[in-house]
Design a protein around this ligand. Structure first.
Ligand code: SF4
Ligand code: SF4
Length: 393
């Protein structure tokens, strides 16, 4: 494993473990499987584990696994305050203490304001005394480093970086988002200020692997050096010295081993001009074929009408990327309609609640209408309603 440094001088593995995508069975985290994967990651030298209050079951699973294997001291835990739910100073303590208890620990190495959207939101938290609160937690040692995660635009990111003396920050960054979100300009600004940057969504929720168009897959396959699509995306990040940790939501041993292998062989400045050219080719092929830039993060969920928004966009994109209309329509129908409570997009009433939470600023209502036209022609809708009646019988 390779290591870079946090602001307090601690060595942190360049590959971090994103704990949002543990495998689930019937809606519950498969704990034995997650345990095997986490312990293997620790053996490979991964020492940074990222979770959040709002990831269902994630903090408790991570806490349980680390505690029963006596690994707490070997790793750093990053978790997040759902500041947007905070309505009083007392609620900050309540969330934090609950997180400590779920994680079975008495300190958090890296604590983040989750999805801090702008300086106004930070000012609101200041009104609740967050600065004094952070200083007190740092003094007693229950928080070691303080940061924020971010999904907005570059200028807002820079304003936020300047609004407080942050120890680190976390941004969405990958070769498709080089100039969107915080972007390369934001990353470099943070680095100039000496603020380590943790990268999330390096594979855009897996889309840079599972939904590559044929032309992009071919460019990767034809390249003389054989690497997986994920390896190329991660290597593109580690080439940049401004990147500190890259989080990957690993939920298979194969994925873990591939990522570890890439981490071992990717140093800052490792990219050649030919490699850059390959990424440019892959990127332009993706841009030509994707319809909606959804990362599958689920921040827009739950929809009050029960619409499964990420699945709608995932299938919509797949339809164009894989060019297999009927199999994708069948997949969408199976996932959303052959069950008691339908979750297909025909249930959308256009309330707009989801759009307020989408970090990618997707016009969800408009795009759902487009997706509906493509995925659900009249005969498919008819079959769906019959299937749903059967499921409800
Ligand atoms: S706009 Fe549609 S999809 Fe979004 S929250 Fe409202 S009903 Fe759900
Ligand atoms: S629509 Fe936006 S919030 Fe919802 S899953 Fe996609 S990217 Fe995430």
């Amino acid at each position: 494993m390779q290591y870079r440094r946090l602001r307090n001088g601690k060595k942190v593995s360049v590959l971090g473990y994103g704990c949002m995508r543990f495998t689930k069975n019937a809606g519950r985290i498969d704990l034995p499987k997650a345990e095997r994967e986490i312990l293997a990651a620790i053996r490979y030298g991964v020492n940074y584990f990222d979770t959040a209050y709002i990831y269902p079951g994630s903090e408790a699973a991570l806490g349980e696994i680390l505690a029963r294997n006596h690994c707490r001291e070997k790793v750093m835990i990053a978790t997040k305050l759902p500041y947007y739910l905070v309505k009083s100073p007392a609620m900050i303590d309540r969330f934090f203490n609950e997180e400590l208890s779920r994680l079975q620990t008495d300190y958090i190495d890296c604590y983040l304001m989750h999805m801090l959207s702008d300086v106004k939101s930070w000012e609101r938290m200041k009104g609740y005394g967050i600065e004094k609160w952070i200083a007190a937690r740092k003094k007693e040692g229950s928080i070691r480093q303080i940061g924020f995660s971010f999904h907005g635009d570059t200028d807002t990111f820079i304003e936020l970086l300047d609004a407080y003396d942050w120890d680190f920050c976390q941004i969405q960054y990958n070769y498709l988002d080089e100039h969107t979100q915080a972007g390369r300009r934001g990353l470099q600004y943070a680095a100039k200020k000496g603020i380590p940057v943790i990268i999330m969504e390096p594979l855009r929720g897996g889309r840079l692997v599972t939904q590559l168009p044929a032309q992009a897959k071919k460019a990767i396959a034809d390249y003389p050096e054989k690497r997986s699509a994920a390896a190329w995306a991660l290597r593109w990040l580690w080439d940049q010295p401004e990147v500190t940790v890259v989080l990957s939501g690993m939920n298979s041993m194969e994925m873990l081993r591939d990522n570890v292998r890439t981490a071992i062989h990717s140093e800052a400045g490792c990219f050649t001009e030919d490699e850059r050219k390959l990424i440019r080719e892959v990127r332009s092929a993706i841009r030509k074929s994707a319809k909606v830039g959804c990362t599958g993060c689920s921040y827009c969920m739950p929809c009050p009408q029960g619409v499964d928004i990420p699945t709608a966009f995932s299938c919509y994109n797949k339809m164009f990327l894989e060019k297999k209309k009927n199999s994708v329509r069948r997949e969408y129908f199976q996932v959303t309609s052959f069950k008691k409570d339908r979750s297909d997009m025909t249930k959308c009433i256009g309330c707009g609640k989801c759009e307020r939470h989408c970090p990618q600023h997707i016009e969800i209502r408009k795009e759902l209408k487009n997706a509906e036209k493509a995925l659900l022609p009249a005969p498919v809708k008819l079959i769906m309603s019959i299937a749903n009646k059967i499921a409800n019988h």
